[in-house]
Design a protein around this ligand. Sequence first.
Ligand code: NAD
Length: 295
Amino acid sequence: MAAKIIDGNKIATEIRQEIKERIAKLKEKGVTPKLSVVLVGDDPASISYITSKAKGCDEIGMCSETIKLPADATEMEVMGTVDTLNKDPGVHGILVQLPLPKQIKADNIINYISPEKDVDAFTPLNLGKLMRGEEAFLPCTPHGIYQLLIRTGVNLKGAEVVIVGASNIVGRPLTMLLSQEKDGLGATVTLCHVFTKDISVHTKRADVLVVAVGKANLVTADMVKEGVVVIDVGINRIGKTESGKAIIVGDVDFEGIKEKASAITPVPGGVGPMTVTMLLVNTIEAAERAVKSCC
Ligand code: NAD
């Protein structure tokens, strides 16, 4: 039986509808949640991500601004911009678009963002809270993946979850989140990476398989079991259509695996829309906390 296609656009739209009410309540108190994005240089992929974030804010009645710095900006200049945003009470969320040019160490900039405005949840404080299971902003892609799973009715308690890809923005925080011994979580998580001897040993026993590597066709149908739920995070540009549109695929062989899986995310239209949506959720959360702390 062919797999259920997990529609990230549909689930993202549902969540955006739900959060509109929270925005309306904030507006009644005279507060419009505001996201400030810092872009250094003019990387086309970064510009495209920023455009979808700004569009997302706009569509649900939030404010957004993009502060553009030249590609040769220094670390001090970027920190100066972050500092101004940290101190601005009208700004609730700060996002520094990655990657940054070579002369700037991303960690130095991320560490400088006020944790209360760290809506990407990349600062050590927010990641540390996630590790300890304390309430904190959740990194957007792992949070989006979690929402996709629970809204598809996947029971994570005791499930064998295998994550391929151990980056600080996807695999590692997702491991921390799904393995928490709490209601709705409680998975047994295996985290694979480039040094894993044979990923198929692990992928074959996954009830839930998440792949976040950045390699097209890394996981094929012979590497998964019948009934697996597959979340494909990868974004790989493998060419262009005749009309010049980029052809984008994920990390798994979608056509082959969908015949074996019980549910699978497409690329595009799976995890991508969720990442932006969870950024909006975090910005609203930041605005709500700011209102609470000043009243
Ligand atoms: P990264 O490059 O920071 O890390 C890649 C990870 O994959 C590393 O842990 C590495 O050890 C592992 N890896 C590399 N080759 C491997 C192999 N052959 N077998 C097993 N593991 C291997 O990646 P990232 O920033 O987490 O991004 C991964 C992919 O997910 C990219 O395609 C990226 O564009 C995409 N992504 C999508 C979203 C979204 O919202 N859809 C968000 C973040 C990342």
